[in-house]
Write a protein that binds this ligand. Structure first.
Ligand code: TPP
Ligand code: SF4
Ligand code: MG
Length: 351
């Protein structure tokens, strides 16, 4: 039952972060998803990332659509703002919330059905507008909640649990996010927490649209032989191009790394991404090269994961619209309605 809270009992020696919170303070209600569902591992990674970043829970707003994936915000960040919207509509609801209050940290959680089928238009417009948020798609290649129909991200030729073959070409949300202008684009796997937690931390610190496509196997409907979104398939075909650490400031590197294998990327807010290069020919600052690399590897049957693209100086929606620094919902009546003379001046500019 989603309304069942977890027992409050906790060990007095649980580690605390800088705010004095334990990991438990970032948890939510008990999950009702199937045991072993990839989505639960992503919820655990979000909890870990927010705890390690010392984020005040009341400064976070988590929004979602409809689906097993979109149910998950109930299972993490129980002390944060939350809004479970309509199927495929999280992006527009989140854009509105962000315009009204730019001071919150926005986290959108969606599914491959929610974002690549019914919500594809909403996904595309959010990416091109550059809404400052972390957008996670929990990608299992099926509509889990409605019992396992192929979604738009299912690979051509992959098999359903009942043996049907998917004849349609897949939509690659990572390629779309790159093409539409997202300033942080990553792919990961729910079964690789070591890769996923730093990616979520970096995305939450990124001041622009940060998109993470996280492959998250559905154990009930899409974890069999013939599926390209099963735990076994992803483990066998996962090609990580880099590994990431997130540091609060530029710290000296003391360990001995081979030249060219490590790179520091300072983000707009002062946090530093420490990138360990695993594929030497991969450049996460080149949007066009990233697109062609991904497509070449996909044609070879590989799933490329890691931080695929980052713009260290991103722009975002409020910059595009030249809004005031103060959140719009904190403006007074006087500032919102400056009176007839101001309106006359504005009208005169339009004549
Ligand atoms: C407007 C509308 N159309 C269809 C549905 C039925 N529906 C609910 S969830 C879902 C698909 C969910 O798939 P996905 O977003 O991939 O989430 P998953 O369950 O796989 O995590 C559909 C088609 C709905 N709830 N609302
Ligand atoms: S149906 Fe699939 S996606 Fe939904 S909870 Fe079960 S395993 Fe997870
Ligand atoms: Mg799905």
């Amino acid at each position: 039952m989603t309304y069942l809270a977890k027992p409050k009992l906790r060990h007095p020696d649980l580690p605390k972060n800088k705010l004095g919170y334990t990991r438990r303070d970032y948890e939510g209600a008990i999950s009702t998803l199937c045991a072993g569902c990839g989505h639960d591992s992503i919820s655990a990674a979000i909890i870990q990332a927010c705890f390690e970043l010392d984020l005040p829970p009341h400064r976070i707003a988590k929004l979602s659509g409809i689906g097993c994936s979109s149910k998950t915000p109930t299972y993490f960040l129980g002390n944060s703002h939350g809004f479970n919207s309509v199927h495929g509509r999280m992006p527009s609801v989140l854009t509105g919330a962000n315009l009204a209050n730019r001071d919150l940290i926005y986290l959108g959680v969606s599914g491959d059905g929610d974002s690549a089928s019914i919500g594809l238009g909403q996904f595309a417009h959010l990416m091109r507008r550059g809404v400052n948020m972390t957008y996670i798609v929990e990608n299992n290649g099926v509509y889990g909640l409605t019992k396992g129909q192929f979604s738009a991200t299912a690979d051509k030729g992959s098999k359903s649990k009942r043996g049907a073959t998917n004849a349609d070409s897949p939509i690659d949300l990572v390629a779309m996010a790159l093409q539409l202008g997202a300033s942080f684009v990553a792919r990961s796997f729910s079964g690789d927490k070591t890769q996923l937690v730093p990616l979520i931390k970096a995305a939450l610190r990124h001041q622009g649209t940060a998109f993470i496509d996280c492959i998250s196997p559905c154990v009930a409907f899409n974890n069999h032989l013939g599926s390209t979104k099963s735990f076994d398939f992803v483990r066998e075909h996962n090609e990580a191009v880099n590994r990431l650490d997130v540091m609060e400031s530029r710290a000296e590197i003391t360990a001995d790394y081979a030249p060219g294998t490590i790179e520091l990327v300072t983000q707009h807010d002062g946090s530093v991404l420490r990138l360990f290069k695993l594929a030497n020919d991969y450049d996460p600052h080149d949007r066009i090269a990233a697109l062609s690399y991904l497509q070449r590897r996909h044609a070879a049957g590989e799933i490329v994961t890691g931080l695929l693209y980052v713009d260290a100086e991103p722009d975002e929606l409020h910059g595009h619209m030249n809004t005031v620094d103060q959140p719009l919902n904190a403006l007074s009546d006087r500032e919102l309605c400056p009176g007839g003379a101001a309106l006359d001046k504005l009208n005169a500019q339009l004549r």
